[in-house]
Design a protein around this ligand. Structure first.
Ligand code: X2X
Length: 348
């Protein structure tokens, strides 16, 4: 009897010791919190994605009572402005967290080119059908496997064409025009197929290239056009063609993620989801209301806005079909097929 009691006592002591050890590991992870976490952004406030980063950082600070303190680094300054290196830097821990564009991470995560497939997503419902459905989940698991923790979706938006030369209504109008394009080679293929002369460069280099006339045009969401006052760098013509839209993704470096308690992880994730929702509404403001007030605002800046008719738009769709076909296996035949199905089945 006495022997049994001793055994039970020993077992109890071992159990208590194990629990204590577990707690102290938890506690040491907590004390390893950094005084400040670095968030990378291509564009700071007042652009929608700067707002996304700011709302996220503010919510996290408030909800963790300052345990997690995030500083914004706009202009992708942690990687000297080279936005195509953002994903690798996140993986390596040069960057702790980011709200970034699918386009900029496409060189490392080929599946993210899905959102740059020309004329895949005809409207916001199509974009939402992807990000909020099975396709979105699959993309998140791909990012996770690629070594970065994905938490929520945001939005840069539909990318429209602007230039300093003339109103563009057909691929012929683009012939020979020098267009600045973003990081993924898909865009160079696209503009080459349209007869233009694409040059890949970072956004940091694009602004001086536009103002000096080294390039004639570019493509970016209209929200950025207004916030960055692109008419002042010679962009006098806008064509709304809605050929691609890029979502933003809220992510955290995996080691940083693992250093936080489960409770803090949950807070950071929920804050990203909440910030994403708010930011998507901001990014769509003026574009989803009747008459699209943003177009009026841009016209008010002395800019000619061309809205393509369905027939005019079709000519661009046809001219870029070979690019769609070329990139489908790179993005993943199954993933593209799933996306096409989700879009066909979307609620409008
Ligand atoms: O460089 C761009 O055009 C921008 C700001 O939209 C991206 O980072 C993809």
């Amino acid at each position: 009897m006495k022997f049994r009691r001793t055994l039970l006592g020993l077992a109890a002591i071992t159990a208590v010791a194990t629990v204590l050890a577990t707690f102290s590991v938890g506690a040491s992870a907590q004390t390893a919190y950094k005084p400040e976490y670095k968030m990378s952004l291509v564009l700071g406030p007042p652009t929608p994605w700067g707002m996304a980063g700011k709302i996220w950082a503010d919510l996290v600070k408030e909800r963790t009572q300052g345990r997690i303190n995030i500083k914004l680094y706009p202009g992708v300054s942690l990687i000297q402005g080279d936005q195509t290196r953002e994903f690798s830097a996140l993986r390596q821990g040069v960057i702790d967290m980011a709200v970034g564009s699918t386009i900029n991470w496409s060189p490392q995560v080929k599946q993210l080119n899905l959102f740059s497939m020309p004329f895949l997503m005809p409207d916001y419902a199509a974009l939402d059908a992807l990000t909020q459905g099975e396709v979105g989940k699959e993309i998140f698991s791909t990012i996770d496997k690629a070594g970065v923790m994905p938490l929520a979706w945001g939005e840069n938006g539909y990318r429209e064409l602007t230039n300093s030369k003339k109103a563009i209504k057909s691929p012929e109008d683009l012939k020979g025009m020098k267009i600045r394009v973003v990081g993924s080679p898909l865009f160079a293929d696209l503009f080459t197929a349209l007869g233009a002369n694409p040059t890949q460069m970072s956004w940091a280099d694009a602004q001086p290239a536009l103002s000096s006339g080294a390039v004639d045009g570019q493509e970016n969401p209209l929200f950025l056009f207004t916030v960055l006052k692109m008419q002042n760098v010679g962009q006098k013509f806008v064509t709304t063609w809605g050929y691609v839209a890029d979502p933003l993704i809220f992510v955290v470096n995996k080691e940083i993620w693992a250093s936080w308690t489960p409770a803090d992880q949950a807070i950071v994730k929920q804050a990203a989801v909440d910030a994403g929702k708010q930011e998507i509404a901001l990014a769509r403001k003026g574009l989803v209301e009747a008459g699209k007030p943003v177009l009026k605002e841009i016209e008010g800046m002395g800019v000619t806005v061309t809205q393509l008719t369905p027939t005019e738009r079709d000519a661009f769709v046809k001219a870029t079909r070979p690019v769609y076909a070329k990139w489908k296996p790179t993005v993943g035949n199954d993933l593209v097929a799933k996306a096409e199905q989700a879009i066909a089945a979307r609620k409008q």
